[in-house]
Ligand binder design. Structure first.
Ligand code: ADP
Ligand code: MG
Length: 698
């Protein structure tokens, strides 16, 4: 099929709506979508019916309210369209009520204490700004998916989408205040936009199936380094192998059908690591699409005998995977608010929005850090071979220079030949292309957007974007209030930029974030550095955070506490499962295999002796192996013991912190012994495939 026809063929998009809905209904639906208003029941009935006919024509038998519970993945319960008639046959039915609202049994989703199981009711409500789409599986099932938000009976958020929609509303409102204070009369809405680049690994399924750690935890818990890692730097942007290319082709086709703008694909830094980037869209759609991207990657990989690993750190010693969250704000009339303009006036607006980002990120670096915290990401932030968990902003030399000058009250731009001076105004012309990008920065300005690079590859992007939009709402509120109260807007705009840069300039850092010096420099500047996941998550429940999120009506105190509980609990459970998997592998795979090998070596040793020869090599290998074996057995016992004790700690925060401080070191110790053995035990005896097979054979 022609790509332009294929694209969006499984989406009930604007074109399908226009074709299938009566004009008035279409107009009124468009209006609801544009203004983010609820749908009238009469309209909903007509829309539902058209949607059903469209879906059935494409082979659908079922529909589902598709939502994003706090587990971080997606949930769906399929209902068929059939409805019985009096004559005993069935007709296909789908009402407006079924479209707008669902009532799944919510008792098994985490609610962090918000909803007791005896009042399990939860509601799913259509987010009509994200279009309905069809999901096809390889068994031939076609399901109409309605993107929904999921709330409790009392309206509290039980999902990742509800706060995202609330935060989009808040940041729109505050941005408009700033724009209006600057004299903008045309913009009516501001959308936060996101383009999430998704990194992932592929591994041959036949090796994957022999690795309980990959099956259960998505990452290797053991594994000596392969003789070759990523040191030759021959993988990044390298030519794509046929097998991978055929997977990518299939992936693109599936994504395009669902209207997902898969744009870029390439090899990443580590062996068997890849990336897919879509074209950006508004945050809620980007978040929906990213969930579908992750799900589709996994599904399509299997069709090619591959397994897609989305874990943040599947392999020790080489790069992990992240999700670069490219974020900006744009108006409904097409202005990107983080795009430097051509005139001093446009640049005044740009510098105000840029300053708001600097203020927001410095004031709430701890919350932003927390928004990227999960068990997998702990290995990417502040751990071995990983950048520190410090938030700083890369602006690039030129922008920093401009801001520094403004902060000092100097005339920016007039002295520097690089800036074409367009007016007598002190607001300078910003050099267009900010190409000198710093790849080590966790939060980098890349010309017309910010790239938040801390987000984990397996995580939902909702949380990070809720945080970005919320902290921006507060900073823009500050900017707007000052502008609204000022007589001379230009003078005030400059004063705002100056004040913000003077107060928050410490968060700007253009140097190498991976260097030792930065860690101590950041400490001197007073920037927070919290490597632990649970300790980082605590930023969600500080008085500062509770005040911020409730002020802009994003999350109430109860909702925040429940989120903290759920995420801390998830962390503790994840580490517990990893510890149990290690014990399983050590007890049932590694130790028995090593014992068998030791027995064989000792037989060889005796036969060699019997032949009247003494072999130092065999004896020393045997000694070495049995020594490490004994050590490993002791470490197994210690790990079992500490994991059991830790799992009994009642307080979830304390439990999570103990998993990190006591269980993870015991895991690391056991791994060290087993990995050492892997390097000396006969390959034929080794019970699982190693890094060589996992990383280098595709
Ligand atoms: P890279 O950072 O790899 O050089 P690009 O700069 O081309 O790649 O874009 C990276 C991602 O940023 C893409 O997903 C792109 O759609 C997205 N992006 C571009 N402009 C914006 C914007 N205004 N808002 C949000 N995301 C954007
Ligand atoms: Mg990028």
């Amino acid at each position: 099929m022609d790509l332009t026809q294929l694209f969006g063929s499984n989406v009930f998009n604007d074109q399908s709506m226009r074709e299938r809905l009566p004009k008035e209904t279409y107009k009124s639906l468009r209006e609801s979508i544009r203004r983010g208003l609820p749908l009238q029941p009469e309209i909903a009935n007509v829309v539902a019916n058209a949607m059903k006919d469209w879906a059935i024509e494409k082979g659908a038998t079922h529909y589902t309210h598709w939502f994003q519970p706090l587990t971080g993945s997606t949930a769906e319960k399929h209902d068929s369209f059939i409805s019985p008639t009096e004559s005993g046959s069935v007709i296909m039915e789908f009402s407006g009520k079924q479209l707008i609202q669902g009532e799944p049994d919510a008792s098994s989703f985490p609610s962090g204490g918000i909803r007791a199981t005896f009042e399990a009711r939860g509601y799913t409500v259509w987010d009509c700004t994200s279009p309905a789409f069809l999901k096809q599986d390889s068994a031939g099932n076609v399901t109409l998916c309605i993107p929904t938000a999921f709330t409790s009976y009392t309206g509290e958020a039980l999902d990742k989408k509800t706060p995202l929609l609330r935060s989009m509303e808040a940041v729109s409102k505050q941005s408009l205040r700033v724009l209006q204070a600057l004299g903008n009369k045309t913009s009516q809405r501001v959308a936060s936009t996101v383009g999430p680049e998704q990194e992932y690994f592929l591994v041959d399924q036949k090796f994957f199936l022999d690795r309980p750690d990959l099956i259960l935890c998505g990452r290797t818990l053991f594994g000596a380094p392969a003789p070759k890692g990523q040191e030759l730097e021959d993988q990044y942007f390298g030519s794509i192998k046929d097998r991978v290319s055929s997977f990518m082709k299939d992936l693109d086709t599936e994504l395009w059908k669902m209207g997902i703008t898969s744009k870029t694909k390439h090899n990443e830094v580590a062996p068997s690591q890849f990336e897919m980037a879509p074209i950006f869209s508004s945050s809620n759609i980007a978040a929906d699409h990213n969930q579908l991207v992750m799900e589709t990657m996994k599904k399509v990989a299997l069709r090619h005998g591959l397994v897609c690993l989305l874990h943040e750190k599947p392999y020790a010693g080489i790069n992990g995977s992240g999700k670069h969250n490219n974020w900006s704000l744009s108006t409904d009339d097409g202005l990107n608010l983080l795009e430097p303009g051509k005139t001093p006036h446009e640049n005044e607006q740009f510098l105000l929005f840029l300053s708001a980002v600097v203020k927001a990120v410095d004031t709430h670096a701890d919350i932003l850090r927390a928004a990227a915290a999960n068990a997998g990401n702990e290995h990417r932030l502040g751990a071995n071979e990983a950048p520190p968990a410090i938030i700083s902003i890369f602006l690039g030399e030129e922008l920093e220079q401009i801001l520094t000058k403004i902060a000092k009250g100097e005339k920016a731009g007039s002295a520097d030949a690089a800036f074409i001076k367009l007016g007598v105004d002190v607001i300078p012309t910003i050099p267009k292309d900010n190409t000198d990008r710093n790849r080590t920065s966790p939060f980098a300005f890349t010309g017309n957007k910010f790239e938040f690079r801390m987000v984990g590859s397996s995580a939902s992007i909702s949380g990070p974007n809720v945080t970005l939009n919320t902290i921006m709402s507060e900073a823009l509120d500050y900017v707007a209030t000052r502008l609204e109260n000022a007589k001379d807007k230009n003078a005030e705009a400059q004063a705002i930029v100056r004040d913000i840069f003077n107060q928050h300039g410490r968060v700007v850092f253009n140097g190498n974030n991976y260097s030792e010096e930065w860690v101590s420099e950041a400490a001197k500047r007073g920037l927070p550095n919290t490597p632990g996941t649970v300790a980082a998550l605590e930023a969600f429940v500080t008085p500062k955070a509770l005040k911020l999120f409730s002020k802009y009506q994003i999350l109430s105190e109860r909702e925040l506490h429940s989120r903290f509980e759920i995420y801390a609990e998830q962390y503790a459970k994840q580490i517990h499962i990893e510890a149990q998997t290690m014990l399983h592998m050590a007890n049932r795979l590694y130790l028995p295999a090593i014992i068998r090998y030791a027995a064989e070596l000792s037989d060889s040793y005796t036969s060699i002796l019997d032949a009247g020869i003494t072999s130092k090599t065999v004896k020393s290998r045997l000694d070495q192996i049995t020594n490490v074996l004994d050590k490993a057995q002791t470490q197994v016992n210690q790990l079992a013991d500490v994991a059991e004790k830790t799992s009994a700690i009642a307080d979830v925060a304390k439990r999570g912190i103990t998993y990190r401080d006591a269980v993870m070191p015991a895991m690391a110790a056991l791994r060290e012994s087993i990995d050492a053995l892997e390097q000396i035990v006969d390959r034929e005896h080794w019970p699982v495939p190693g890094y060589l097979e996992l990383l280098h054979i595709l």
